[in-house]
Ligand binder design. Structure first.
Ligand code: ZN
Length: 661
């Protein structure tokens, strides 16, 4: 028990904040003119980064929209900010710009927490650019104030009047083109002065500093600052009012796809263990600050070693149990990570949270899952139940996703009051009517085009997103009822589904028919429904991401199969993670089918979506499970899902535990 308390003391401060955010930066498809406006064609369809948060982690009103693009010569950044009072006073290059309201960019090209670039710009287009060899927490941070980003192009555009308290302004935008020669020639990049190779990951942060002011006629800006601290709104919160903690910065992954294409960032399971190393380093630096020396003994989390080469020099090492990545951090801040030859996939487990268990019983279960190398639990249950369970999951060092049923909502009391919300088949029969539901009574599908349904589901997302400590939301049943059933299930339901049947063809409700006829650009009825389902998911996913959460979706085995069977073309989904239900027994196939359909799905989506194929546990004994996981792992997927906790035996857990070593 003493050990458990120690490990909690180390882990809780890390777990109190979310993992660093990530963004995939696509290529610019057309030239960009740096005029601060961002009205170039190239910017139009580009996705925004996740919203800024307070630097200590709290959500704030979304008032800063950031986009990124790149080409062979430049990295492009566009930031558009709402602002009621535009003011700025500093006009001299390399002034301390954050004394004015500003926008800031931080770039750590090789992500080692050292040798990074800082750029600040105000509404007068004045720039402060500098290079930091080490963050301030070390005694010799070695800051090059005179260093300049050579060839930097920068412009601002004001939507309002500068330094005029008499009116209310709209905001301002910043547009930057940073030459790669400035970014990659100053860090430990193997390729110097060049654009990064596609797939390269760099650590970034963005910050917006604002001051509370009141009108002050006669002062240079027309305003004076109130005697309160500035606000710091950042992309990747550091948990402290200090942006110079680069270990918390977010990941930017450079992709060869056009900026308008949806590409999800691959998960980084090793971030948890990496941050744990930095937490110990910071504790030791604080100890040296107070006592003059590092502590010889310090409680360490499970799996972390600290070795002293000299009284004033130690090295921390650990291996991420999810990815197998070996990490090393020394007391001078040098960080090295060695990826294993083949990355170990993360394990996800679906958990039925609506069970009568005490906190102790849940805690014991979760402890067993964590010991078996499971990294994420996807939990079914009410918001109240999840509020209780999420802290217990996180205390074991795992992530928790809420498991949200979307278009199929059995027993939804609000929905049942609205018969017009339900999906209708080609014979005009509604899922609202118990005698007309397809296959099973719990098939109570709603219509993807009904506006009230959309609002109802958005509300479900918001309720889940408010649960403290949640890492993501996995949307399930993001589809219409099965127009086609897998062969192996025909017998179960006494059906022959070899030809399409109107009774299983949804949604023909009046809303959908009306919507289809209103939209003359939609020629094809089937295509219209595929897009309706995708549009609804993308709306829910945007809401999920606006809360800083991972937007995941449970899907059928491949986009092609899913489109045909359940009107779910998930190649159009803007998901951060998809979990295909690659359950071979449902399709009457051999176990090897799961790996081959996963490869097909990767080809159909061109690797744009991180895939976590699923294992249907009743199909595998504890002896058979490792070989099946190895087969899936060989497809290069970042994770594997296990369905479900109910069928997970202690023998299964032991087999997983042996594999994760
Ligand atoms: Zn409908």
């Amino acid at each position: 028990m003493r050990f458990l308390l120690y490990s909690l003391a180390i882990f809780l401060p890390v777990l109190a904040q979310e993992m660093p955010p990530a963004y995939v930066c696509g290529r610019a498809e057309a030239p960009i003119v740096i005029d601060g406006r961002g009205d170039d064609t190239a910017w139009q369809e580009v996705r925004e980064l996740s919203p800024l948060r307070d630097i200590e982690g709290a959500a704030i009103p979304h008032r800063c929209r950031i986009k990124m693009l790149w080409d062979d010569d430049y990295l492009y950044i566009l930031a558009d900010m709402d602002e009621e009072h535009l003011w700025a006073t500093l006009t001299e290059h390399d002034s301390v710009i954050y004394h004015d309201p500003d926008f800031e960019v931080f770039i750590d090209p090789d992500g080692d927490g050292l040798n990074y670039i800082e750029l600040e710009i105000n509404a007068l287009n004045t720039v402060w650019d500098l290079f930091l060899a080490r963050p301030y927490r070390f005694n010799d941070s070695n800051i090059l104030h005179d260093w300049d980003i050579r060839g930097l192009k920068h412009a601002v555009n004001l939507r309002g009047s500068l330094n005029n308290p008499a009116d209310t302004d709209d905001g301002w935008s910043v547009e930057l083109a940073i030459p790669w020669s400035s970014i990659t020639s100053h860090a430990h990049q193997p390729r110097r002065s060049q654009a990064p190779a596609p797939g390269t990951c760099m650590r970034f942060n963005f910050s917006r500093v604002n001051w509370q002011v009141r009108p002050a006629p006669g002062s240079p800006s027309g305003y004076e600052k109130l005697p309160v601290p500035e606000s710091n709104h950042v992309w990747a919160p550091t948990g402290k009012v200090n942006i110079h903690l680069p270990e918390h910065w977010g990941r930017i992954i450079f992709s060869n796809q056009p900026g308008s294409t949806w590409v999800a960032a691959p998960p980084a399971p090793e971030d948890t263990a990496r941050l744990a190393l930095y937490r110990i380093l910071n504790t030791q630096l604080a100890h040296r600050g107070r006592h003059g020396t590092f502590a010889k003994e310090i409680p360490l989390p499970d799996g972390v070693q600290m070795s002293f080469a000299a009284p004033d020099f130690f090295v921390l090492t650990t291996t991420c149990r999810h990815s197998g990545t070996h990490m090393r951090l020394d007391c001078e801040g040098h960080f090295y990570a060695t990826a294993p030859e083949s990355r170990r996939p993360e394990l996800y487990l679906w958990v039925h949270g609506n069970k009568e268990r005490s906190d102790e019983e849940w805690g014991e279960l979760f402890h067993g899952y964590a010991q078996a190398g499971i990294s994420t639990l996807i939990i079914d249950g009410s918001a109240a139940q999840l509020k209780k369970l999420v802290p217990l999951v996180r205390a074991e060092g795992m992530k928790a996703f809420a498991w949200l049923w979307a278009l199929n909502r059995p027993g939804d009391e609000t929905a049942l009051l609205h018969p017009e919300w339900y999906a209708v088949n080609a014979e005009g029969k509604s899922c609202h009517e118990p005698q007309h539901r397809p296959f099973v009574d719990y098939y109570q599908f709603l219509c993807p085009n009904n506006k009230q349904v959309r609002e109802h589901l958005l509300q479900q997302v918001r309720t889940m997103a408010a649960i403290p400590g949640l890492s993501g939301i996995q949307v399930d049943y993001m589809r219409l009822p099965d127009a086609e059933l897998p062969h192996a299930l025909w017998q179960k339901y006494g059906l022959n589904m070899s030809t399409p049947a109107p009774a299983f063809d949804y949604c023909h409700c009046s809303t959908c028919r009306q919507e289809f006829s209103n939209n003359s650009s939609q020629k094809d009825w089937r295509e219209f429904r595929l897009q309706s389902v995708a549009d609804l998911f993308n709306e829910l996913a945007a809401e999920i991401r606006s809360h800083g959460l991972v937007a995941a979706c449970a899907v059928f085995p491949s986009p092609e199969l899913a489109s045909r069977m359940v009107h779910q073309d998930w190649s159009r989904f803007h998901a951060d993670l998809v979990l295909p239900m690659t359950y071979h027994s449902f399709y009457g196939k051999p176990a090897g089918w799961a790996a081959s359909i996963s490869r097909e799905a990767q080809q159909q989506t061109q690797g744009r979506l991180p895939m976590v194929p699923g294992v249907h546990l009743p199909d595998f004994s504890a002896e058979e499970l490792p070989a099946h996981l190895e087969q899936l792992r060989a497809t290069g997927v970042p994770g594997i899902g296990i369905f479900s906790s109910d069928e997970l035996t202690s023998e299964h857990l032991e087999a997983l535990r042996l594999m994760s070593r």
